[in-house]
Write a protein that binds this ligand. Sequence first.
Ligand code: HEM
Length: 445
Amino acid sequence: MLWFLGLFFLLLCFYNFYWKRRLLPPGPIPLPLIGNYHEVEANPPGYTTFDKWRKKYGEIHTFWLAETPVVSINDFNLIQKYFVKENSDTLAGRMLVGRQMEIQRGGTFGLIFVDGVQWREHRRFALQVFRNFGMGRGLMEEKIQIEISNMFDDINEAFGNSKEITIEPSPLFEITVANIINQLLFGFGYHDKKGKQEFSKVKDCIAKMMRFACSPSINLIYSFYPLRHLPFLKQKLAEFTEVEQFISNYCQKQVETHKTAMKNSNGRKLDPQDYEKIHTELDSVIGSDRRITLADKNSLIYVNAFINEVQRSVNLLPMNLLHKTLNDVQIGNYLIKKDTAIVPQISAVMFDEKIFPEPHKFKPERFIDAKGELKKVEELVPFSIGKRQCLGESLARMELFLFVSNFYNLYKVAPIDPTNLPSLDKIPGVTIQPKQFSCNFIKRF
Ligand code: HEM
């Protein structure tokens, strides 16, 4: 019996540490069943671990999510070479971990998690719908401006007769962003008290779901379905299914991504000078409390640089969505087999100290050139690149500009206690979330 167990152990080691890894780029040693999850979990939300692997194993390396190997490309030029120039079609698949979609949705539906003909048709259809709704024309801007006005009405009501109030900004931004997409999708926004309470419930579910979706226990169930009967995993799966059922895929994407970027624009540990520079520019270019529109965008250099830096330092997806090779493909010195997970690791690019020196410092100036013009930095890739690049990019960009510029034009933001600033810790998930915080809003007009 003992010799049998010994043999089994040896075979397991041979398979796990050598055989399954032999044709892939090098990378951290995976543990049986859990792969390298424990290393990502040890340093949430993951940037430090990805950076460590990059430095140790190179720009192209492999890590394991449970028993799924993921080829990770971390250098901007390589990402561009493989995902845009040479193999854009081959790398446009979407990888699902084990029975992920079956468990989550009872089949493969939608756009984000499908590939091939279904993906092409859905993507084309979605882009057409966006165009019909006025994307790229004044109509979409008008819809965003209406919701921004609703937000300012709420803020101004909270001010009453005072010039300064303490406020928790997140719920305000969340509901405003959600209302824009809700207006498009369902023709209504959450404006009255009952609607706002309903939204708060939906939002809490979304936040929970985003955390669950990348948790090791749920991914273990995707990969090894029979494990779902273990008591601990059974409970996790039940909780996950409950929230998953509550939420539609589209709402998830919209609410999480935008609100996080918006919330972070107030939550970061900024030098007070950053705000002063925004206000100086707004005072000299706009000079009143008039509504700022997209027509002002090119004149507001510092505001644009500030938004770029917020997007870079927020670094919303510590691990980008997994792509899949649709055919065998040569990546560096390796022939990667069809149906292998591959990821353009955009978070590593945006924290790459060779491109963005002192990457963890907030410096909008890195996006302004010597002539004072806005610098085009092609390595700023929050929306990813290639065929699977974010479909909502233009809507997101419009919203970010209109929200941030109008908000800072009307209000100043100050910490409640300058010696005890809000935490910069990020709550891990598919997209990271900031911790809740309150701050002071001060009217500028
Ligand atoms: C600040 C806001 C946003 C950021 C930073 C962001 C970022 C991303 C990223 C990194 C991806 C994965 C790309 C890849 O697979 O390589 C993605 C995909 C996607 N995003 Fe966004 N996103 C944002 C807002 C939005 C919005 C507002 C929508 C919809 C209205 C949206 C819809 C999508 C869709 C549908 C996909 C999947 C595209 C595909 O698989 O073909 N995103 N986004």
